[in-house]
Design a protein around this ligand. Structure first.
Ligand code: ADP
Ligand code: MG
Length: 389
């Protein structure tokens, strides 16, 4: 929704308070490569997408917050000093979480009205939740003149999701939503929280996202299992090796291989995925720097294979989408993206073949599964920002 229309909607819901007002946007993201590496102190490389959440916010003279979600057509009112978890309107908890974390830092906030709308598919692994947190944090801090460095804002948004919404996410989603830059991917080191923009402005290629539309049902229990299995590998090597091992990040494939017989098949495979995936992220960064799209795409396929065979977090539909993509002209790489068991695939497609790719994959996926896939074509987009006049 464009800024003018959003303001119009705002004014039809709320009287102008004549206090500071602004319009802000924060994008969703797709993880290009680096899956299940974040909680192993490893590397990830997402990019922001051309889908976002936009929010109008205006300060009030009292302590009330009136939050209107256009997409849910729902107005929620609460007092800024009385933040309670809302079991029915989950979306408002992301906003309350941001307020809570800002207050924990000692900021004295006044009330405000807000209205927002987004076009990031929710719950599909494109991180609509981080976009909502980041856009809210940016709006509140800007209107209150609170100076918060970009990284600090991203970390605050992560804490809001961890503490108030109660979802134990890593830093990737909030980082990329805040720090993303047009024509760039973002390499993040999940151990040090350091990051680096990686130029990705190849005019001949586009990123195409295919939504399997499969609900990520198993994801929570399986996610916890994978974390445990990774920890088992770390514990094993911490005892075996004369070296400080605190995460799979500290291991290489040769060492893993050396001890293969002493590890269970499952633990070996999980560790193999994480260690090799970290290498692929760093190789992908190099490939982007050299503008080597063949290599970049090949790493997508390898990542998918590893997620499917070693980490076992793919599903039939994701495997099918990747296989169908690999049979299409102009496709350099395809892989599942996000935690798995559903959600989306990310595809690197030569621009001139994008239209046929979309048409063919929609048709073939439907014929095989009876599901209509949604497809999103995007370039690396800008991170959160204020929309100026
Ligand atoms: P993901 O971040 O992968 O999209 P999550 O389950 O983490 O999935 O976050 C989705 C939640 O974020 C939604 O259930 C909703 O509460 C909130 N949300 C995202 N986009 C919007 C929107 N446009 N309007 C209202 N709430 C939204
Ligand atoms: Mg999320």
């Amino acid at each position: 929704m464009n800024k003018e229309l959003l303001l119009e909607k705002y004014h039809s819901k709320f009287a102008d308070t004549s206090l500071a007002k602004g319009v802000y946007a924060a994008p969703g993201r797709v993880n290009l490569i680096g899956e299940h590496t974040d909680y192993n102190d490893g590397f990830v490389m997402p990019m922001a997408i051309e889908k976002n959440i936009r929010m109008v916010m205006q300060l009030r003279n009292d302590k009330k917050v009136k939050a209107y979600s256009l997409d849910y057509d729902k107005l929620i009112e609460f007092n800024i000093d009385n933040l309670l978890y809302d079991k029915e309107n989950i979306w408002v908890n992301y906003i309350k979480g941001i307020i809570d974390e800002l207050q924990k830092l000692g900021n004295k906030l006044q009330g405000f009205n807000l209205l927002f709308s987004g076009n990031i598919p929710q719950g599909s692994g494109l991180s609509s939740s981080a976009a909502l947190e980041v856009v809210t944090a940016m709006a509140i801090t800007d209107l209150h003149n609170i100076k918060l460095e970009a990284v600090e804002l991203a970390l605050l948004a992560q804490r809001a999701e961890n503490n108030f919404v109660n979802v134990q996410c890593g830093i990737m989603d909030q980082y990329i939503s805040r720090l993303g830059k047009k024509d760039n991917a973002l390499l993040i080191d999940c151990r040090s929280n350091q990051y680096q923009l990686v130029p990705f402005a190849n005019e001949d290629y586009q990123i195409v996202i295919c939504n399997s539309k499969v609900e990520r049902g198993l994801v929570d229990s399986e996610y916890n299992k994978r974390r445990k299995e990774c920890n088992q590998a770390v514990d094993f090597f911490a005892k075996k090796l004369d070296k400080n091992i605190t995460a799979l990040r500290d291991l290489d494939l040769d060492t893993l291989h050396e001890y293969k017989e002493e590890l269970s098949d499952t633990v070996y495979k999980r560790a193999h995925h994480v260690i090799s995936e970290n290498q692929r992220v760093l190789a992908a960064k190099k490939a982007l720097e050299k503008n080597d799209m063949n290599k970049f795409g090949k790493l997508f396929y390898e990542s998918h294979q590893s997620l499917s065979d070693d980490y076992e977090v793919s599903c039939q539909e994701l495997d099918l989408l990747v296989k169908l993509a690999s049979e299409e002209k102009g496709v350099k790489g395809a892989r599942m993206t996000g935690a798995g068991f559903g959600g989306c695939t990310v595809n690197l497609v030569k621009k001139e073949f994008v239209d046929t790719f979309v048409e063919n994959i929609k048709q073939a996926y439907y014929e095989n599964t009876g599901i209509d896939t949604d497809v999103y074509i995007t370039n690396p987009a800008a991170g959160a920002r204020k929309l100026e006049k």
